[in-house]
Design a binder for this molecule. Sequence first.
Ligand SMILES: NC(=O)c1ccc[n+]([C@@H]2O[C@H](COP(=O)([O-])OP(=O)(O)OC[C@H]3O[C@@H](n4cnc5c(N)ncnc54)[C@H](O)[C@@H]3O)[C@@H](O)[C@H]2O)c1
Length: 353
Amino acid sequence: MTKRILVTGSSGLIGSEVCAYFSRELGYAVHGVDNNQRAVFFGPQGDTRWNQERLKRELGGFVHHELDIRNRAGVLSLIGEVKPSVIVHAAAQPSHDRAAAIPFDDFDTNAVGTLNLLEAARRASPESPFIYLSTNKVYGDAPNRIAMKELATRWDYADPAYSNGIPESFTVDQSTHSLFGASKLAADVMVQEYGRYFKMPSCVLRGGCLTGPNHSGVELHGFLSYLVKCNLEGREYKIFGYKGKQVRDNIHSLDVARFMGAFVGAPRIGEVYNLGGGKANSTSILEAFKLAESFTGKAQVHTYVEQNRIGDHICYYSDLRKLRQHYPAWDITQSLSETVRQIVEAWRARPQV
Ligand SMILES: NC(=O)c1ccc[n+]([C@@H]2O[C@H](COP(=O)([O-])OP(=O)(O)OC[C@H]3O[C@@H](n4cnc5c(N)ncnc54)[C@H](O)[C@@H]3O)[C@@H](O)[C@H]2O)c1
């Protein structure tokens, strides 16, 4: 039987990496679903058509479906037709700041779009693993209540209980999430529920900063990609609060796709994993400036705004122990510095918008 994967958000950072990985490394026929909504959310700088074209050029047999995941009838009929053996759902309104200006578009895309896909999967291919890209914003700003220590260039947890990072058991409610965090949490719980209630193989991946050379980074989404772009163009990067010492953990999109390959090889039901770069791949904004400068030779131009972004984490890195325990053959293969090097190269090579 032909192995077929259906990937939503296929022109985006994660979707495109998953398409390439499952096609080249695992021999799947690939169906991508994307309508370039990123350009609607973020304007021309967020346009992902270039990546769609790249997939068409580089992956033999890649089929693109120009479909909005909010189109319930369209989603039901496409999944009914394709009957995929794996579904990876990576389409989203991905920005927590943007969500406040477009609450209906945000919820309809993130929460209702996910329900459309889950129900379509249950009707057409309930035995196929369903993998959902969730976010660490489901924890809201509750991680900010952990005691912190201020170091020279970054914040870190002072509480030794979190020395390995934030585990999946961390609370998801009674904190400020941003509307984005709330719509993603609705979808996150729904994916778990379809897993448990209907016994569908499924998992929720609560991403830290997912990054890589194929991100169309913009100010409101795509931390490292946007930071490097600013560096190369001599454009001002705005730091919002926390002295620029806020910490994010970064995982290369290839390592995200590799994890999905491992999950599909031994699927579980309704699982939840925190998927980020972990402590080893964490960086503060100030440290990321230095890293970008080391590859470009250009000083980062930046300004500081006192007010932090609403709900932004002071320090977040993922506890990867559950992932590693369930899938011992998987690990991070791309270091932070290698990832930044690739992002620099990619921006240099990409046609400018
Ligand atoms: N990049 C990160 O730092 C990060 C962190 C945590 C979680 N995530 C999650 O990972 C997933 C992938 O993120 P990404 O960085 O690849 O985002 P991305 O914006 O690069 O890709 C998402 C793609 O989905 C498409 N899309 C959006 N709405 C759509 C709709 N209604 N119908 C069809 N296509 C639509 C967009 O055009 C875009 O190409 C998202 O669910 C996001 O919330 C990302």
